[in-house]
Every structure is written in C-alpha cells, then in structure tokens.
Design a protein around this ligand. Structure first.
Ligand SMILES: Nc1ncnc2c1ncn2[C@@H]1O[C@H](COP(=O)(O)OP(=O)(O)O)[C@@H](O)[C@H]1O
Ligand SMILES: [Mg+2]
Length: 295
C-alpha cells in the first residue's frame, strides 16, 4: 500500500522542500519505491533543486495534456552516483520518481485562474485525485511524498486531503504560534477525524552550532559559554513541550539547525553527498519512524 506523506507549514522557509527531497531520495536509496511531487504550485522549487528539465509538468497532467507516466521523471540514476562503499550501482533497488510543477509565470497564473472557477476547479481536483491513485495502483509506490505551499492554499489543502500523514514543519527561529495553532485547529482537526495522522516536524532546533545566548551568562573568548548554552537548551525543550501540547500534535523528529547547510548557497541531497552528516542520521531516523509503523 502506498503511504502518502505531505509536508506542510504555516510559514515559508521551514525546510519542507529540503527535508522532503532528502527524505524521498534517501528512502529510494534504502530500496523503496518513492514518488516526490512538487505541489508548491505557486512557488515551485524542485525543478531548480534537481536541475532537471522535465518533458511534461504536473500542470500538463491536471489540464489533460499529459498522462501520469509522462510527468513522473525517473531520477533513480542520481542515486547511482552515490553508491555505498563496497557496493555497486546494480545494488540500488529503489526507484525515485519526481513530478515537477511548472515554474513559468504564465502557467502559475493559468492554474491559479482555473481554480477560481467552480467548474474547472472540480475537474482539476478530480485529476489530482486520479494522479494519487495512479501512483498507488500503476506504480505501486511505497511512498508518495508531497511538497506543498505554506499556509491555507487550495493545492496545499488538496495535498493534505489525500495524505495519510501530514508533517507540519516549524523552524524554531521565528514560529508564528498563533497562526500555526489556528491552522492546526481549522484544517488538521478535520482531517484527523477522518483518520489522517499529523505530526510536528521541528526544524532548525538548537544543539548543533548554537551561538552563546547574548543575554545570559558570560561569553568567553571563544564565544562559547556552556552555562548559557544549557539554559538555551532547557528553554527550548520547555518551549517544544508547550508547543506540542498547545497544538495537540506529537513531535516526530527534531532536526537541528546546521550552519554548514544554512550557509551552503545550494544545499543538494546532503543525505547522499554526506552519508555521515548528522542531518543524514536525522533523516534516517524520520524514515525509520515511518518504516516501523508500516501497515
Ligand atoms: N536543518 C537545517 N539547518 C540549516 N539550514 C536549513 C535546515 N533546513 C532547511 N534549511 C535551509 O533553509 C532554507 C529554507 O528551506 P526550504 O526547504 O526551502 O523551506 P520551505 O520549502 O519550507 O520553504 C534553505 O536554504 C535550506 O537549505
Ligand atoms: Mg519549498
């Protein structure tokens, strides 16, 4: 059975595309059949991320100008560039298919215009549901991972509606707790009643390259102050517990803020490029939590 996981957030820049792409690629590397869809139709980013020029776009499928097969680009060859030490290319058993959203301004406007008209809106939604079914039935994917737009947008809600699991990502620096709470209550609660499982995915938490707190304790010459560091970690852990209680959502994974990723002008599949990076360990942990609860 195909499990569908949607990455969503209230605000932008919380790591949906980064974590979604890395998780999808690592799942495939681990031998699973994975389809990743860019449903951030208003600001698509996966085409730039993978530097891939697709023949057809998700938009073409929605407007009946392409079949599902034509819009799912097979990027399994990327995994082969990163074989595990001592193994060969042939040992890669997984499949990695990606569906891209059209980045052209005209196509974004066209889709936006079409969902403003009741008649075409229903038709497009039906097509989207067909796509999910075809990925499950014809491709027999183990996982369908959907990257969405932040906030309450039409295609994000559609993605959440077809998902089994929603990952609500928050970055710890600059949470809009009130907005997130309203969104969780008004949207997620309805899906929960229908059996969808939602989790908090905390990103950019402290703990990896945390600078000393500016207003607590003394800052040493090296800039590191263990006393204020532990205060910050304590405060963060209290804040996380409160957040989880407030939103009534369990934390599935807490991913630290890695300055080497943040300052990399172009993060690209860190999980494959750096198998020993702690980010990779976190993404493996996230995948394990799905694999251990397989139906
Ligand atoms: N754990 C992390 N540590 C450091 N930088 C991160 C981390 N997660 C994401 N980023 C960076 O944050 C930026 C926003 O991430 P992105 O995945 O594009 O967010 P979203 O898709 O939610 O808008 C990117 O530059 C990405 O490299
Ligand atoms: Mg994104």
């Amino acid at each position: 059975m195909t499990r569908c996981i949607a990455f969503h957030s209230y605000k932008g820049g919380t790591g949906k595309s980064t974590i979604g792409s890395n998780m999808a690629a690592l799942m495939a590397k681990r031998g699973l059949k994975v389809v990743l869809l860019d449903l951030d139709v208003y600001a698509p980013s996966l085409q730039g991320y993978f530097h891939w020029a697709p023949k057809k776009w998700i938009n073409d499928f929605l407007f009946e100008n392409a079949e599902a097969d034509e819009i799912l680009e097979d990027l399994t060859h990327i995994l082969k560039k990163f074989p595990a030490p001592g193994s060969s290319d042939d040992e890669i058993k997984g499949t990695f298919l990606v569906g891209f959203s059209n980045t052209s301004k005209d196509e974004i406007y066209r889709l936006d215009g079409a969902v403003r008209q009741e008649s075409s809106k229903v038709q497009l939604l039906r097509k989207f549901i067909n796509l999910r079914e075809e990925i499950a039935d014809d491709h027999e994917a183990d996982y369908l991972i959907i990257d969405t737009s932040p906030g309450i947008r039409y295609w994000s809600i559609n993605a959440l509606a077809v998902a089994d699991t929603i990952l609500l990502s928050l970055k710890m620096d600059g949470i809009d707790i009130e907005g997130t709470r309203i969104m969780a209550r008004e949207i997620y609660d309805n899906f929960t009643k229908l059996g969808t499982v939602s989790h908090l995915l905390l990103n950019r938490v402290a703990g990896y390259c945390l600078p000393p707190s500016l207003n607590k304790g003394q800052i040493s010459e090296t800039g590191f102050d263990s006393q204020s560091y532990s205060v910050v970690l304590d405060e963060q852990s209290t804040a996380i517990k409160k957040l989880s209680t407030d939103l009534n959502l369990q934390v599935i994974c807490s991913i630290p803020c890695y300055c080497d990723i943040q300052f990399n002008s172009e993060e690209y599949l860190t999980v494959l490029n750096h198998p020993n990076h702690p980010f990779t360990a976190k993404i493996n942990e996230l995948i394990d939590s799905f694999e251990s609860t397989k139906g």
